[in-house]
Design a protein around this ligand. Structure first.
Ligand SMILES: [Mn+2]
Length: 396
């Protein structure tokens, strides 16, 4: 009897040990999972409070070869201040070795006013050239300026406006640059004419794309283009863009539609980091709470836009805390603009804080004050806003 009991006891003990072991392992794994998830989630939260100036890191400039970067902006009088902020942000994040050539294409801005606006930021490695509007529009004076803003026309004529330039980064004025631009400027276009970032917001409206007869798998955002100006001139792309708009008076995203349709199959998709849009990542009205984060990670309930997950899957980092880490340019796409004041949408607040940081820096460093922009954004004008007045949306 005693022997039997002794044999049974260790067996029972073993089972208990196994159960306990399994329990402990599950507990440790669950703890690790939740710990890691929370760490990642917190990182995503902290990212929202990025101080724009903390992003400047001179170590990232080491061992990089000196590049002369050409950058173009288009501005009307209304957008002069956001353009100054955008330019200032680019200069703040420039690697010391590089030289930036800014080309400011102006629409109805007196030359002396435009010169004055950028002169304080000029130095030996930051060179400005102000291009007066007349010079550009004289090239192909348009008979349909009534139904398209002249600022949008300028976007078609960049190649003609800058005959001495072979490659340029075009950016909207509703943007800020948060890293050096040489990597973008040196992207291999592989024979394409344009490099651009997919427009997640418009891709989510297949109905609109159908109305313009767009059949490609990707539709690109026109807030940033890396342009091969030489090819554009050789192929007369400016004239084709004009013609397309002339023949299609009901476009909503006029210049963007024109570039997409006219240059289809000649556009190279670039990393979202080069044109990071506030509306790109977070599902509308979905609060990025820890519970929602877990639902997203475990159940696939998306806090991140499904379109983004699909179209930029290869680029999505394992940890979402890194989703903005390599961003080079933020684009305040759509109607919400940082200079319009507060915004409720949680996911937009971080972007606004970044813009505000540069806006304050511009005042401190160059005495260029924000007061001058009180009426910006009330008017739907062409370059920063992604809509152009005078064109009703297509009838469905
Ligand atoms: Mn824009």
């Amino acid at each position: 009897m005693k022997k039997k009991a002794k044999q049974k006891h260790p067996k029972k003990h073993l089972w208990l040990r196994i159960i306990f072991g399994v329990f402990l392992t599950v507990l440790i794994l669950a703890g690790a999972f939740f710990g890691l998830a929370y760490w990642d989630y917190r990182g995503l939260q902290i990212t929202k409070e990025i101080n724009a100036f903390e992003r400047v890191s001179s170590s990232s400039c080491l061992f990089k070869k000196k590049t002369e970067v050409n950058i173009a902006y288009i501005t009307d009088a209304n957008y002069l201040y956001p353009t100054q902020v955008a330019v200032y942000s680019a200069i703040k994040n420039k690697c010391p070795n590089n030289i930036y050539h800014f080309y400011i294409l102006t629409d109805n801005v007196p030359m002396d006013q435009a010169q004055k606006a950028f002169a304080p930021m000029a130095r030996k490695d930051v060179i400005f050239k102000i291009v007066p509007q007349q010079k550009v529009l004289d090239i192909e004076f348009s008979d349909f300026l009534e139904h398209i803003s002249s600022a949008a026309m300028l976007k078609f004529m960049i190649a003609e406006a800058l005959p001495e330039v072979n490659r340029v980064i075009y950016m909207d004025s509703d943007t800020v640059v948060v890293k050096d631009l040489a990597d973008l400027f040196n992207q291999d276009l592989e024979g394409n004419i344009v490099g651009a970032v997919t427009d997640i917001a418009t891709m989510a409206q297949p109905g609109y794309l159908a109305t313009i007869g767009y059949r490609e798998s990707q539709y690109f955002n026109a807030g940033m283009f890396l342009l091969d100006l030489q090819q554009m001139r050789n192929r007369g792309i400016g004239a084709h863009l004009n013609e397309y708009v002339r023949n299609n008076p009901n476009l909503v995203f006029i210049d963007q539609d024109a570039y997409n349709v006219v240059l289809r199959k000649k556009i190279k998709k670039l990393s979202y980091n080069y044109n990071c849009m506030a509306s790109m990542f977070f599902e509308k009205n979905k609060k990025v709470s820890f519970v929602n984060y877990l639902r997203h990670r475990v159940l696939g309930r998306s806090i991140l836009k499904s379109q983004f997950l699909k179209l930029y899957k290869d680029e999505l980092p394992l940890f979402y805390r890194n989703v903005f880490k390599d961003v080079v340019m933020f684009h305040y796409f759509g109607f919400s603009k940082p200079w319009r004041g507060k915004v409720k949408k949680e996911s937009y607040q971080m972007y606004y804080a970044i813009w505000n940081g540069y806006s304050e820096g511009l005042a401190k460093e160059h005495g260029i004050k924000r007061a001058a922009i009180s009426n910006i954004g009330k008017k739907r004008d062409a370059m920063g806003p992604d809509f152009i007045p005078g064109n009703p949306p297509p009838v469905k």
